[in-house]
Write a protein that binds this ligand. Structure first.
Ligand code: SIN
Length: 530
């Protein structure tokens, strides 16, 4: 097996990974591993912007309160405080590295998104904020000779020795390579591809969560999946995010009969929290027998819309929708996972030498529901802090005896992926209940064998990871018998007794969960059979 020893191994090249790599670069060799090209991440596709307090009309205390409110009582306050207090400095630094945020005159232009009580969302090139961040961070990372990129290499598993993380095995060109490091930093992003409707790119298959789980790390808050209310719905177009900033600028939602409906669901109407808007849309879709509702920007003026949302305008035109003149068919889609690998506010996981930041991590900063546009800021703030913490990793970079892999293959893996995504959308989606979750669990049990084997293709490894993460989400969603934030149970509409608890999961607790559920199933079987 090919081997290499570096100081720091960063897995993933979105905002959190690049920011961590930049922090580590002066202190040793940094290898940034990505399973695709380095620009292919959720960061690249982020439209709306980045929430931060940069104006005299705003205060960090208000950003703090808005974040807590959106998080519906489950945010960890130290993480939120860190985010809102350190955010302005990270943005000033980014501007000094060349980030060109949109301006109105000499001042930074700020937009509004749902559940923000001030205009505080910075944007770039109208609706291509993530692309601008990725450009600046990649350029900055390139300026250090110590940072090397390692594209098209998917991480198979972490190297765990004596209970500490010593690096990772990656797969490149069907060959497994052992990469040893004194600190391994997971920044692999989210898991939107678990769902058949998602705003996330193809790469978002939950890999980091799955490999950390297999290595024995704790995951937390996995039941909390945020569904974005407005993703393009068209049989001839790909799923495509229609930024919440459009509603922030005054776009409205109409049901398929052309009636505005959000005012009857929430006093903030179209700018109500995302979970409220997504559920309202689902309910309108059911009531009108339609697969979509409409987003309407026609009243905002042609020139304004074209200038403010040039990327969205150009994409929709390709599919025959002129957003300045036509109603846009939209429906909700999986967008962001609030849970992930449990970390402290310095990115430390439950395994020595293993760190995580960004969407793959769970600091508790988003609680049960993320405030819009807080995630790019999260990547910057916690990416930097994680880089700093990784500098003092207690692990020595040293090669160990490489693990033996016995590769298998999965028959019909594309079909299983398709069915899994459909089940997750229909049974573990915006509205869940015990019976829908149990049905999902039954299918996952049938596929468990897949999660226990080794594979040598990216698609198969992704499927293994997707199945693992789905299992944990289903367990967590079954366990939370109450509705909080983005987790909505139609059979437990109230918060429930222990709603302020966070649920953590590792290999043992998931196994225990299975055993308990099986025992309960047998018990129920016995009582039904008399
Ligand atoms: C959007 O532009 O609507 C997405 C912003 C976010 O999810 O933070």
């Amino acid at each position: 097996m090919q081997q290499e020893v570096v100081d720091f191994l960063v897995i993933g090249s979105g905002v959190a990974g690049l920011r961590a790599a930049i922090e580590l670069a002066p202190y040793g060799s940094v290898l940034v591993v990505t399973k695709d090209k380095p620009t292919e991440s959720n960061t690249e596709y982020a439209q709306g912007g980045i929430a931060v307090v940069m104006s005299d009309e705003d205060e960090v205390g208000i950003h703090f309160e808005d974040t807590l409110k959106a998080g519906d009582g489950l945010c960890r306050e130290d993480a939120v405080r860190t985010l809102v207090e350190e955010g302005p400095e990270r943005i000033a630094e980014l501007i000094s590295w060349g980030a060109a945020f949109d301006r109105e005159g000499t001042k930074l232009a700020l937009t509004l998104e749902a559940a923000h009580s001030r205009r505080r969302v910075l944007h770039a090139h109208g609706d291509s904020t993530g692309k601008e961040l990725a450009r600046v961070l990649l350029n900055k990372a390139r300026s250090f000779a110590s940072v090397r990129k390692y594209p098209f290499a998917i991480t198979v598993d972490l190297i765990i020795h004596d209970g500490e993380c010593r690096g990772a095995y990656v797969l490149r060109d069907r060959e497994i390579i052992a990469l040893y490091a004194r600190a391994t930093i997971l920044t692999t992003g989210g898991a939107g591809q678990l769902y058949s409707r998602t705003t996330n790119p193809q790469v978002a298959t939950g890999d980091g969560m799955a490999i950390a789980f297999r290595a024995g790390a704790q995951l937390e808050d996995m039941e909390f999946i945020q569904f974005h209310p407005t993703s393009l719905y068209s049989p001839t177009a790909p799923q495509f995010l229609l930024s919440e900033a459009m509603r922030g600028e005054g776009a409205i939602l109409l049901n398929s009969n052309g009636q505005r409906f959000m005012q009857s669901y929430h006093p903030l109407a179209e700018l109500a929290p995302r979970d409220v808007v997504s559920r309202a849309i689902m309910s309108e879709m059911v009531n009108t027998g339609s697969n979509y509702v409409f987003l309407d920007l026609r009243h905002l003026g042609k020139e304004f819309v074209k200038n403010r949302f040039p990327g969205i305008h150009a994409t929709c035109i390709q599919y025959g929708i002129e957003i300045t003149a036509d109603l846009i068919p939209v429906s909700p889609a999986a967008h962001y996972i609030m849970g992930g690998v449990k970390t402290d506010i310095n990115g430390r996981t439950s395994i020595r030498g293993l760190y995580a930041a960004g969407e793959v991590a769970c600091t508790g900063v988003h609680g049960a529901n993320r405030l819009a546009s807080n995630s790019l800021l999260e990547g910057l703030v916690f990416g930097m802090r994680t880089g700093q913490a990784a500098l003092s990793s207690p692990v020595k970079p040293a090669a160990t005896v490489p693990a033996a892999f016995s590769p298998a293959s999965i028959r019909d893996h594309d079909e299983i992926r398709h069915v899994l995504r459909k089940i997750m959308w229909e049974r573990v989606g915006i509205i869940r209940c015990a019976s829908s979750l149990s049905e999902a669990r039954e299918r996952l049990v049938e596929w468990r064998v897949i999660t226990r084997r080794d594979y040598v293709t990216r698609r198969e490894l992704e499927l293994k990871n997707m199945l693992t993460v789905s299992e944990i989400i289903v367990h967590a969603a079954l366990e939370r018998k109450g509705s909080v934030g983005a987790h909505y149970r139609s059979d437990y509409k109230e918060r429930g007794e222990h709603w302020q608890e966070h649920f953590s999961w590792d290999r043992q607790t998931v196994e225990m969960g299975y055993r308990e559920l099986d025992a309960r199933g047998r018990e129920a079987g016995r009582s039904t059979n008399g």
